[in-house]
Unconditional design. Sequence first.
Length: 393
Amino acid sequence: MIAEPVHKGRIAVRYLALLATPTSLSANSTTTVIPDLARALGVSAADATWAATAFGWGGVLGAPLTVALLRTRGIRAATLVNAALVLLGTLLVAGAPTLSMLLAGRAAQAAGGGGLITIAITLAGTASRAGAVTAGVGLVGAFGPLAGSTLSAISWRVPLLLSLPALLAVPAVLRHAPVHHPQAAATRTDTIGILLVMTLVSAFVLIPRLELVAVAAAAVVGLLLTLHVRRTPAGFIPQPVVRTRAFVTAAAAACTLSTSYFALLYTVPRLLEHHWTTARIGLVTLIMLATGSIASLLFTRRAAQLGPAVTRSVLPAAGATAVALASVAPWPVLVAASTAFAVFATTAAMAWYATRAGAVVPQEHRGTAVSLFTLCYQLGGAFGPALATLLLT
């Protein structure tokens, strides 16, 4: 007989936010330390930028690993494994004498951090609580460049250690998480499916670096994954989930808005560099991202009163407005405002659609659906920079 889960109460949203937000802070602090990192390790600036690529790659790999852990081992095991990855990665980064070791540390940090974000969204339960988490990710991430430039005065390594505070929330998660997982004993690990998903997201992350080779690899692996899902209906990606139209719509919307946000995050500063100084661009971007994140938090708290029809209209409209402002706005301040609309759309969509992605699938697949939905959201972090690279070349 399979043991029933023992619930110990709802986890306070402040712990879920603490679990998720340090990863975005650490990710956005990377760009400010690239020159110092290159000088300290004796590598070129181009090679040093792999620190950002490694973090993005590790982040999207953390999501499918966590999906597998949640299905087969439950919340507690998934939390412990991801926390261990964050700790291991931080220790490697803190003492890495070479670039290769530093990249391994950053990838481990991001894999664990990406997994913790997935867990936080999974445990949120409601749109308003998920909104607090995703708005926190956007708001705290907005301070990443400022934190990086400030803390690098101590050492260039310090901004790269900002994933570590997430571990402070782990004891609270372990205290309240179910002791047993109802699917753990019955779920067989779909190793092939996991490897195909990880290979696919790796190909997407490497598109800016390997271009056509990565695109071709993504196409081939995508075809293999599609065939695998058809032949393995209860595998890593369950057929009842991907055949649910509402889930596919929610996942596609989250991925599209996330891609748009991350693309604008990279392109807007380049569009503004002919009008403003670097310091002014950084300050205005910070203000815009903070404004959009706070607006997202307020919106998701009222989404239930506004109703699904209004929400479905507002979120894509905000995303479209962001793209339009960046493309055709005549004044720099409106171009900068595109990032506010983008972060609002993507963080609010993540919160609102996450609860619906789980609600529309069979009960036994709800946890998996939310985790896969979160993976689609995080894929925007891979697609966006790739799109920005194509737009800026």
